[in-house]
Design a protein around this ligand. Structure first.
Ligand SMILES: *Cc1c(COP(=O)(O)O)cnc(C)c1O
Length: 384
């Protein structure tokens, strides 16, 4: 359905359009020098030695799992409160996702529960910066170090965020970004694996490119037909890479605008007694991916759903980020999960409302959003 004020919207300027047209005119469309430039920009920004572009965040997570040798019989700890790809990547390699419940304030995994979930079979931890919040990443990092297992950072929602002097994407042995059009920056579709580990980076370069030797960027040197391992076609094209280069140049401007929009929502909604706003820990610079607040505990998920439906009737693109992964039909069927398994995540997930959030959102539009939200909440209160 078309909405007057959409949930999200990519920020594409003439710079992005010109960059794509230049690639089209160059005649070199697939993986090439423009994507290499995009990789270099992300590596510099996140302070990592290597960045390997790929076709999606999901593909990047999949490669990270393979490169780290995760496989059948292994357990991998992750959060139930995320986009489904952060758990699916564990299933792609035949390992078992072990969900742990979240901290109700930060919405990231509760570090004490992560520690408690470690067994001799635990092969890795997938930490997710929910909605761009780096909270507890450092704790996961020390738990992983203590148990000599890798932390994989699913930082698909967090490009540009900082905790103390650490960029989001620099906590894990491997970090994975995603560039779907609702993310902070977009390449249409795309992803990026970042790491300081030469061997892992080489492996990912090979895995994304049909198992070819990792130095084979293009069609040179005759080894285009040499396949050293089972590989995939997870390459990013230079058409997409061009978008990435142009968006990375504008990253600070984009993040600043998103911060402004988030601050305006905060100011307008902080006194609303029925709403719980995002919690930002000290020393944290959020990278705002979406603006998700939640109703107080006295509301049910049915009431939340009606509030969202009411906003949509007024052509405001609100949504329920995220339904819990363990309660997705596939996970229930496959693993027998049921309501009550992860009560904190379920309680949060039942009451969240994602408000329209993008760089171009005006103060006037935000007024309409917050007024409509308040109206729909009052309406539910009258119906009680
Ligand atoms: C967006 C996202 C991904 C990757 O999504 P793709 O559409 O495959 O790029 C992975 N994990 C999380 C938490 C995400 O938000």
């Amino acid at each position: 359905m078309s909405t007057e004020i959409p949930l999200s919207k990519p920020d594409i300027t003439d710079a992005e359009i010109d960059a794509v047209v230049a690639v089209l005119r160059s005649g070199r469309l697939a993986l090439g020098p423009v994507t290499e430039a995009f990789e270099a920009a992300v590596a510099v920004r996140t302070g990592r030695r290597h960045a390997v572009a790929c076709s999606s965040g999901t593909a990047g997570l999949h490669m990270a799992m393979i490169a780290l040798g995760v496989g059948p019989g292994d357990e991998v700890i992750t959060t139930p409160f995320s986009f489904v790809a952060s758990a699916n990547c564990i299933l792609f390699v035949g390992a078992k996702p072990v969900f742990v419940d979240i901290d109700p304030r930060t919405l990231n995994m509760d570090p004490a529960r992560v520690e408690a979930a470690i067994t001799p079979r635990t092969k890795a931890i997938v930490g997710v910066e929910a909605f761009g919040n780096p909270a507890h990443m450092d704790a996961y990092r020390s738990i992983a170090a203590r148990h000599e297992i890798p932390l994989i950072e699913d930082c698909c929602e967090g490009l540009g965020g900082v905790w103390r002097d650490r960029q989001i994407g620099s906590f894990g042995r491997v970090g994975v970004f995603g560039f779907y059009p609702n993310k902070q920056i977009t390449t249409g579709e795309g992803g990026m694996v970042v790491t300081d580990d030469d061997r892992l980076a080489d492996l990912c370069r090979s895995l994304r490119n049909q198992g070819r030797p990792s130095n084979q960027g293009g069609h040179g040197a005759g080894s285009w037909l040499a396949h050293e391992r089972l590989g995939y076609n997870f390459r990013l094209s230079d058409i997409n890479g061009a978008l990435g280069v142009a968006q990375m140049r504008r990253l600070d401007e984009i993040l600043a605008r998103r911060r402004e929009v988030a601050d305006r929502y905060m100011v307008r909604l902080m006194d609303h007694r029925d709403l719980i706003l995002p919690t930002i820990e000290p020393d944290t610079l959020m990278s705002w991916f979406v603006f998700v607040l939640r109703l107080s505990d006295r509301y049910t998920s049915e009431e939340r759903d009606r509030i969202i439906a009411g906003m949509r009737r007024h052509e405001i693109g609100a949504s329920n980020y995220f339904p819990c992964i363990h309660l997705q039909p596939f996970y229930r069927k496959q693993f027998g999960f049921s309501p009550g398994d992860f009560p904190v995540a379920e309680s949060v997930s039942a009451r969240t409302i994602a408000l329209p959030f993008h760089n171009g959102l005006t103060a006037a539009e935000q007024d309409i959003v917050t007024q409509t939200l308040s109206l729909m909440i009052s309406r539910e209160n009258l119906l009680r």
